[in-house]
Design a protein around this ligand. Structure first.
Ligand SMILES: Cc1cc2nc3c(=O)[nH]c(=O)nc-3n(C[C@H](O)[C@H](O)[C@H](O)COP(=O)(O)OP(=O)(O)OC[C@H]3O[C@@H](n4cnc5c(N)ncnc54)[C@H](O)[C@@H]3O)c2cc1C
Length: 214
């Protein structure tokens, strides 16, 4: 759809900084030359803060380790199972192709400096079962079949988090025509369609389509 409407996607290009003039974004400087444009949208995940800073704009997000583990196959881990969310103990469990995933939204997450994380490809950190042990204990108490089955995957990867756990969306207050869509607090996949639609309308019309409900 985007291609048919004239969008060009350029892969393997690094953006070095935001170009601006008189308080307005005017383009970007990239590894393959400068690109002039009327509006810039920064959607660079956990690297967004550094890129925004090249224009003196503050985007308060920080990277931290984010973890889920996958059980061995469990009979009864059918797709129809609901997502089990234990807010008191900071984890969720959901089915995935005959396995159960146990994911953490832990109060004591491990921060990671952005310079430790390569922006090309998929970054992954080593398994840290010791740090995961309190969550694992709570999950196995609630669902004993997890302990019986054991685990075949520990996924530990960087994600960006924000101080209030809301994502950062819209035109920046410091610079006109510079928009941000970042800081998704591990919900960037589920919210992507709505974020894309809302931000597109914001960019085109200059205002938000809907006011968030309180
Ligand atoms: C273990 C784990 C489980 C998760 N589970 C879920 C889930 O169940 N549901 C859910 O909704 N979300 C989940 N997430 C979170 C989700 O993956 C992220 O929120 C989402 O990928 C963020 O998307 P993004 O586009 O903002 O950033 P990214 O996916 O990080 O994309 C940013 C892109 O910008 C590029 N980039 C960065 N700097 C530059 C530069 N200078 N120049 C050019 N390009 C640049 C990067 O190469 C990258 O391609 C999970 C994350 C983890 C780690």
């Amino acid at each position: 759809m985007a291609h048919s409407r004239g969008v060009q996607v350029r892969e393997g290009v690094t953006v070095h900084k935001i170009l601006h003039d008189d308080g307005k974004a005017t383009g970007i400087e990239t590894s393959k030359g400068n690109v002039a444009c009327d509006r810039v949208i920064l959607a660079c995940g956990l690297w967004t803060r550094e890129l925004a800073a090249t224009a003196g704009v503050s985007v308060p997000l920080y990277p931290a380790e984010h973890v889920h583990v996958r059980s061995e196959k469990i009979e009864g881990a059918v797709p129809e199972l609901p997502v089990f969310r234990d807010l008191d103990n900071s984890y969720y469990v959901r089915p995935e192709a005959g396995h159960l995933l146990v994911g953490a939204f832990e109060p004591d997450g491990i921060p990671r400096p952005v310079h430790e994380i390569a922006s090309a490809g998929f970054a992954e950190f080593p398994a840290n079962w010791e740090h995961f042990a309190p969550i694992r204990g709570k999950a196995e108490t609630a669902i004993p079949s997890l302990a019986d089955a054991g685990y075949d995957r520990f996924l530990n990867a960087p994600e960006s988090f924000t101080p209030d756990a809301n994502f950062i969306l819209g035109e920046t207050s410091e610079m006109q025509n510079l928009f941000v869509a970042a800081g998704f607090n591990s919900q960037g996949i589920i919210f992507a369609p709505g974020v894309g639609k809302e931000l597109a309308e914001w960019v085109i019309t200059g205002r938000r389509r809907s006011t968030p409900r309180r």
